[in-house]
Design a protein around this ligand. Structure first.
Ligand SMILES: [Zn+2]
Length: 103
């Protein structure tokens, strides 16, 4: 089955055009980029809602600060209760998160 990108109608694999709105159907097997996407790849990405580089950099900074705040919060809690074992899993989880974010 091919789902129409325009109206969402389900069409059979043999159909080239949507039976409901006559929109040209793209087979999922042939994942070739459209003519427009090939000529303007970055523009196409921005239309899809992918954040720009500056926005991504800002989000990364906010994320880094969130990690620092979590670490400080757990550290303060540990100092208050004078137990240090919660620091180990927290540092481990944050380390893993940072590692995953860079992949
Ligand atoms: Zn359609």
């Amino acid at each position: 089955m091919i789902t129409c990108t325009k109206c969402g109608e389900q069409n059979s694999d043999e159909t080239r055009f949507c039976s409901k709105c006559n929109n040209k159907l793209q087979s999922s097997r042939k994942a070739a980029p459209t003519e427009e996407a090939r000529h303007h790849p970055l523009e196409h990405f921005q239309h899809e809602g992918v954040p720009t580089d500056s926005w991504r950099a800002l989000m990364r900074m906010v994320e880094a600060w969130a990690y620092v705040l979590v670490l400080l919060g757990v550290g303060a809690g540990c100092a208050y209760f004078t137990t240090w074992w919660p620091m180990y899993p927290t540092v481990g989880i944050l380390g893993l998160l940072l590692w995953f974010r860079r992949v």
